[in-house]
Design a protein around this ligand. Structure first.
Ligand SMILES: O=C(O)CCC(=O)C(=O)O
Ligand SMILES: [Fe+2]
Length: 221
């Protein structure tokens, strides 16, 4: 018993702060399906309805470009998918989803980079990486602190989001999401959030990612 008590006492504070199995957001009730405690990884159900998933795919499908990574935004083998940022759109659905995600973690909407849609075809993947920028990078002055990955379709086979240091995989399911944070004082906890998108082996995979920054985003990030 004593050991368990001391473990609870030493747990670091998280941004996501819900107990129970439901979150009431501005416009929708969201289910907490699974939780890994430290670092915090949460699987969320019914984040988006089917129509919203379809709308995000429709908005993006003619605008995809080969994905780039890092603050230098170079094309490389780490991410072989195609993607587009839906930041330039005044679309009501996009805005409503961004507000919903902001309300889950109670962080103002302008800390979010904007929905980034990614499409993976068979064989395409996103190799294991950290979402936060290296401390030497310019972008680290307002670094990322948390990520939502929203699944926009059901994938026939493959495409799971995997956390190799946690032995954890989340399988894509339309409308569901995985959320994780890496804003711990303990650097080792942040490093445990190493993750990737496994190769899609059958069908295709569509996701929307929302990366959250520590401070509000200005134009010169
Ligand atoms: O495709 C995935 O499941 C992971 C995506 C991801 O890691 C990201 O967008 O940062
Ligand atoms: Fe990532």
């Amino acid at each position: 018993m004593a050991k368990i008590d001391s473990e609870i006492l030493t747990k670091e504070t998280t941004i996501f702060n819900h107990s129970g199995n439901k979150i009431t957001t501005v416009d929708r009730e969201i289910e907490i399906i699974a939780k890994f405690d430290e670092p915090l990884v949460i699987v969320l159900g019914s984040v988006l309805d089917d129509g919203e998933c379809d709308a995000l795919i429709q908005l993006s499908k003619d605008r995809l470009e080969r994905s780039k990574t890092g603050s230098s935004r170079e094309v490389n083998d780490i991410r072989t998918s195609s993607g587009v940022f839906l930041t330039d759109t005044n679309n009501e659905i996009v805005l409503q989803i961004e507000k919903r995600l902001a309300s889950i973690i109670d962080i103002p909407i302008d800390h979010g980079e904007g929905l980034h849609i990614i499409n993976y075809l068979p064989g395409q993947e996103y190799k294991a990486h950290f979402d936060y920028f290296a401390s030497t990078s310019k972008a680290a002055s307002n670094n990322r602190i948390a990520t939502f990955v929203l699944y926009l379709n059901d994938v026939e086979e493959g495409g799971q989001t995997y956390f190799p240091n946690l032995n954890l995989s989340v399988f894509p399911k339309k409308g569901m999401a995985v959320y994780f944070e890496y804003f711990y004082n303990d650097v080792q906890l942040n490093e445990l959030t190493l993750h990737g998108g496994a190769p899609v082996t059958q069908g295709e995979k569509w996701i929307a990612t929302q990366w959250i920054r520590r401070q509000k985003i200005s134009n010169n990030i």
